[in-house]
Design a protein around this ligand. Structure first.
Ligand SMILES: Nc1ncnc2c1ncn2[C@@H]1O[C@H](COP(=O)(O)OP(=O)(O)O)[C@@H](O)[C@H]1O
Ligand SMILES: [Mg+2]
Length: 295
């Protein structure tokens, strides 16, 4: 809606993880490098964790997009499935043709055969699971068992787990110690530094055909403060900032627009004034308690 007003070829801060807008930040580049190295080395399990909104789904999509021709990737975007649903989903992703009335053990046999066939034709088969923290316990165990399938020379199935930090808490339990020990490559996505946030905003603006000066210095400072370095929050704030500036007929987004945007955005850091009020309230309360005790 504001694209014409600001002379934009596309919406620069959409919430969908669109690979055309990828900004090669060091953390995302490092994650991709870890994934490539580990997958090329034939590692069974690779894990990438990060807070909500730090770019995990975008990395999944980049991995799928950049995969060499001899990789066969199976993508599971929503892992809240039962073990048998997981096996059916994997079969479908691997292009397996089967009749609907086969049972679980027949399916497993077919899967195994398909994995061997693909491996023989020189394919590296990778199961990519997004939101892995939501995998039910028994499904997580099924994933581990599937990676036990191997030829004499190598694993038939490699697995990449993308998940929120809760995934680590789940893996820390005694029940998953076998799986935990098999994860030899892991990467934790950090949030963006202030300099990275500036680079990120400018880069996305340029990709959308805008001048980087569309956000003034104070707008960038405010984005830095309220986003906590989380890309999704940066997008939300920047998008709302653009809407507010457009609504006022302004040609630039300022700090005021972003502060306004932060007020109705869940999860953005409250202003310093808010904390000052809280502090003042606590001081008054303690003073009152003190006075009451000394009475
Ligand atoms: N390096 C990056 N370059 C461009 N956009 C990014 C980058 N990292 C994150 N984003 C954007 O931030 C938003 C949240 O990313 P997403 O992958 O959905 O996070 P997660 O899956 O970790 O919750 C998306 O709009 C995504 O495009
Ligand atoms: Mg995601």
């Amino acid at each position: 809606m504001y694209a014409a007003h600001f002379n934009l070829a596309a919406t620069p801060f959409s919430l969908t993880p669109d690979t055309r807008f990828y900004v090669g930040l060091p953390q995302h580049e490092a994650a991709l490098a870890v994934l490539n190295t580990a997958l090329n080395a034939g590692e069974g399990f690779i894990k990438v964790t990060g807070e909500v909104g730090t770019g995990k789904t975008l990395l999944c999509r980049l991995l799928l997009k950049q995969a060499p021709a001899d990789w066969q990737l199976a993508y599971l975007p929503d892992p809240s499935v039962s073990p048998s649903e997981l096996r059916w989903a994997l079969a479908a992703e691997l292009g397996l043709k089967y009749s609907a009335n086969i049972d679980a053990s027949q399916l497993l046999q077919l899967l195994q055969r398909q994995l061997i066939l693909l491996a023989q034709s020189g394919k590296k088969i990778v199961l990519v699971i997004d939101e892995a923290q939501a995998l039910p316990d028994d499904t997580l165990e099924t994933v581990r068992l599937l990676t036990n399938l191997e030829t004499e020379r190598r694993k038939l199935l490699q697995v990449v787990l993308f998940g929120q930090p809760e995934l680590d808490q789940r893996l820390a339990s005694q029940q998953f110690r076998q799986l935990r020990q098999r994860i030899s490559f892991a990467y934790k996505l950090p949030v963006m530094s202030p300099a990275q946030i500036r680079f990120y905003v400018r880069h996305r603006l340029q990709t959308a055909g805008a001048t980087p000066a569309l956000f003034n210095r104070f707008a960038l400072l405010a984005i830095n403060r309220y986003s906590r370095g989380i890309p999704r929050l940066v997008n939300l704030l920047a998008h709302k900032g653009l809407m507010l500036a457009y609504g006022e007929g302004k040609s630039r987004v300022t700090g005021r627009h972003i502060r306004f945007a932060a007020q109705d955005t869940e999860d953005t850091r409250r202003s310093a004034a808010h904390y000052l009020w809280l502090l003042a309230g606590a001081a008054v309360f303690s003073a009152a308690c003190f006075a009451w005790v000394l009475r």
